[in-house]
Design a binder for this molecule. Sequence first.
Ligand SMILES: Nc1ncnc2c1ncn2[C@@H]1O[C@H](COP(=O)(O)OP(=O)(O)OP(=O)(O)O)[C@@H](O)[C@H]1O
Length: 269
Amino acid sequence: MPGHDIPDSPVPVMEARGLNVFYGGFHAVHDVDLTFGRHEITALIGPSGCGKSTVLRSLNRMNDLVPSARVEGQVLYHDQDVYAPEVDPIEVRRHVGMVFQKANPFPKSIYDNVAYGPRVTGMKVDSMDDHVERCLRGAALWDEVKDKLKESGYSLSGGQQQRLCIARAIATEPDVILMDEPCSALDPIATGAVEDLMLDLRQDYTLIIVTHNMQQAARISDRTAFFTARPDETTGNRTGLLVEYDRTSKIFENPSDQRTEDYISGRFG
Ligand SMILES: Nc1ncnc2c1ncn2[C@@H]1O[C@H](COP(=O)(O)OP(=O)(O)OP(=O)(O)O)[C@@H](O)[C@H]1O
């Protein structure tokens, strides 16, 4: 288990309060309450279709890009509701960055992948060269790319591309980074590098990750939220709900809910 001291209750950076998400008439996620702690790694785990990615995407309004998606309840970022009418979703995503399952560098140079966000958001940096270097160092990629910054991001290996995406995510100086199965397309060595990076990033950022890999959740996360999907008796539609949220060690060693126990021990899901 990660040797990271965390307080009994998370110091809130983001909170979901009574979060419900619908796709058209389909109720995908039911009434989620979660507090994401400052400088902690929170893992969202559970069987396929239980709404982990939906919850994650609600946190920085990525679901706005899905026309049928509708959110009820609140998502607070430092006590501010990110869904309040006056809030600009682009601004939310600057503070709450995202890294996807499949590395998706822009068709640009390594340098420009990192410089892109600061440029388009008009961020003031003293020297873009220094900023790009700092972000690539922050993503543990600098030594591997410092002599080929003008080469395409596509010229990198899958694991390097994912670290480039992490460098790109931190370039706009977010304080929360959402990661949706960031290692699922990587081999064990690249996965190890990204996991080490996540543990380093925790010193400066709050991380929230969706993972199917329970060993990964156990290895790197401080707290774990376990979700399941409950079929509606009449329609048979499966709505995701939060079963249990606690310290990762508690969830994996002594969960309070039988459904968590069954999932962790491989009896279900
Ligand atoms: N864009 C969408 N339009 C309609 N339904 C969607 C959309 N995205 C997800 N859903 C549905 O919402 C439910 C939750 O999906 P979600 O991807 O959030 O679950 P998940 O727990 O992340 O699953 P997985 O582990 O398989 O990635 C599923 O029933 C899914 O089919």
